[in-house]
Ligand binder design. Structure first.
Ligand code: ADP
Length: 384
């Protein structure tokens, strides 16, 4: 890795058996992950699951306690040898922007290029280009305290890409911003990163942000990878109830397995047979819960409704602009976020149709209520 790598080609990232402890507590408990060059990977998990620690280990801000990290084919950390952050050809974007308060916008964006001792004219050219790209040209003389949060985050994005790094690390970059700005900046991050060619690792605890941005999603819990794959894979085939819940369910209905046929299981919920994908090995007679994605529900007035429908009563309704989200009390449990373009008032008797493609069934038992990791985990490859 040279000081000025020129036009970016994304780093391949290879993480093998990475461990990190703070005192005795493991923050990373053996992480294996391979990311192909130029891929956009989102690390998703609850607070304390190890997302920031993993990003900081990639950046070289933290030293690892075990395993190896390779970037672009070069070993950068094996617990003994450790390449410092400024020699890894990467850039980080943080939640709190982390701009130099004593430098104006142009100074902040050009700082790393000047440290690389690039010719002044080249620095100016690249800075002007990055500022224009991020719509910041008119603000280049301002200091960070003279900018809004959104403008500061744009500056830190311009600063990150101007050096054409092979790896971009984002640590919850949108968390401090208002909803509409968050949406706009999310699109800019996606566009800018993909145009740059850099590999991206993006941390969030917000599942909608993860699904919107990612080529691949990596779900972490308690310092381990629980599941990794394309957004569609995570959405349709969550490996356990923890992943399903963390990525959004309308509800969980209790029932008894009636029949199993390869990739489909029939679960009797209050006398109605719901079709689902078996998330566990299930056999007829097992007690099971069917976890249902919001998009798999639809609301109908009459009972009995279409086949695979459950009878229920509306207990809450919320206006969502395009229509209404209903909370429905059904015989097997409660379903939330049941969308309909028309409003049903509280107390209405309705039927809810459940589409099998958004349902996973898990055995009711010990693994069901924990964040349990699925048995032995194999190393995860995230290559195109
Ligand atoms: P996340 O980013 O998913 O919220 P973190 O990587 O920040 O999770 O933290 C993982 C675990 O490591 C947590 O239990 C956290 O308390 C602990 N941890 C993180 N940084 C430190 C630190 N500097 N000192 C001690 N414990 C830490």
């Amino acid at each position: 890795m040279t000081n000025d790598p020129g036009p970016a080609r994304g780093h391949e990232v290879l993480i093998k058996g990475v461990e990190k402890r703070y005192g005795k507590a493991p923050a990373l408990a053996g992480v294996d992950l391979e990311i192909g060059a130029g891929r956009f990977v989102v690390l998703l998990g609850p607070s304390g699951s190890g997302k920031s620690t993993l990003a900081r280990c990639l950046a070289g801000i933290e030293r690892i306690d075990g395993g190896t990290v390779c970037l672009a084919g070069a070993l950068v950390d094996d617990g003994r040898r450790h390449l410092p952050p400024d020699r890894r050809n990467l850039a980080m974007v943080f939640q709190d922007y982390a701009l130099w308060p004593h430098l104006n916008v142009a100074g902040n964006v050009g700082y790393a290029l000047r440290r690389r001792k690039l010719p002044g004219r080249e620095v100016d050219r690249r800075v002007a280009e990055a500022l224009q790209r991020m719509g910041l040209s008119a603000l280049q003389k301002r200091y960070p305290h003279e900018l809004s949060g959104g403008e500061q985050q744009r500056v830190s994005l311009a600063r990150a890409v101007v050096g054409q790094p092979g790896l971009l690390l984002f640590d919850e970059p949108l968390s401090n911003l208002d909803a509409d700005l968050r949406e706009r900046l999310r699109v800019e991050i996606a566009t800018m990163t993909r145009e740059s060619g850099a590999t991206a690792v993006y941390i969030t605890h917000d599942q909608s942000e993860a699904f919107a941005l990612a080529d691949e999603i990596v779900i972490l819990a308690e310092g381990r990878i629980v599941q990794a794959g394309a957004p569609e894979e995570i959405y349709h085939r969550p490996v356990n109830p923890f992943v399903a819940r963390f990525t959004g369910v309308a509800g969980e209905l209790a029932g008894t397995v009636r029949d199993v046929d390869g990739d489909t299981v029939g679960v009797d919920v209050a006398g109605v047979r719901l079709s689902a994908r078996p998330g566990d090995a299930l056999t007829p007679g097992d007690r099971a819960h069917v976890l249902i994605r919001p998009a798999a529900t639809s609301l109908h007035d009459s009972w009995p409704g279409p086949s695979g429908s459950l009878a229920g009563t509306v207990i809450d309704v919320a206006y969502r602009g395009r229509g209404y989200d209903h909370v429905i009390d059904c015989a097997g449990g409660t379903l939330a976020a049941v969308f309909s373009p028309t409003r049903r008032s509280r107390g209405s008797a309705v039927s809810v149709r459940i589409d099998a493609t958004g349902c996973s069934a898990y055995r009711t038992g010990s693994n069901f209520s924990t964040n349990g990791h699925p048995g032995e985990l194999t190393p995860v490859r995230l290559t195109a």
